[in-house]
Design a protein. Structure first.
Length: 190
């Protein structure tokens, strides 16, 4: 008996564009209950939000509240990075004077800072999203790592990668040049 080797099957993928994704929301194919985001043309399931995550997002919102007149504080809203990516970061600090088209979603050019709060999403946030934000030239990206109680700071995107990274833990503080001042890690970590 002669066994014929099976050739490796290559499936063709079709990437989803932001416009198509938004249309799916408009017509009701996707709803708020679906908890998905578009990353590099693929619909990715978002992790459930736990108590520490909620408390951390609330702490971040309070941290930036004094700057409300100077910036837009966007909490868990879509941010269009390119034609294939529409992540929903936990927090985005946007330049208020850059909102040229208020009927469009914010884009990477309007961003001062993106923050992801990571517990079960740590791998996705530190790999896929970090790369997407760097490629889109988001000037500063923070990951609040609830698994290890750290804040990871990424700055100066160049050629699709962040050139500077820092790690801070409880008791540490760091500067946030875009708005001035110092951030206390203990004010963010729940």
């Amino acid at each position: 008996m002669h066994i014929v080797p099976i050739m490796a099957l290559e499936l063709q993928q079709r990437l989803l564009h932001v416009e198509e994704y938004q249309r799916m929301v408009e017509v009701g194919i996707l709803t708020e209950d679906d908890r998905v985001e578009l990353l590099a043309g693929k619909m990715i399931q978002m992790s459930p939000i736990g108590i520490r995550h909620v408390n951390c997002v609330n702490a971040l919102t309070s941290l930036f509240a004094p700057f409300y007149d100077e910036v837009i504080i966007s909490v868990q809203n879509p941010l269009q990075l390119d034609q294939l990516s529409l992540p929903e970061p936990d927090l985005a600090i946007l330049k208020k004077d850059e909102r040229k088209t208020p009927i469009a979603l914010p884009n990477a050019e309007e961003v001062l800072l993106v923050v992801e709060v990571a517990d079960s999403s740590l791998g996705k946030d530190s790999q896929i999203k970090q790369e997407l934000y760097a490629k889109a030239a988001v000037p500063e990206y923070w990951i609040v790592d609830l698994v290890n109680d750290l804040i990871l700071i990424f700055r100066k995107p160049k050629d699709g990668a962040y050139q500077i990274s820092h790690q801070f833990s409880a008791g540490d503080s760091f500067s946030f040049p875009a708005l001035g001042g110092t951030v206390e890690v203990n004010a963010i970590l729940p």
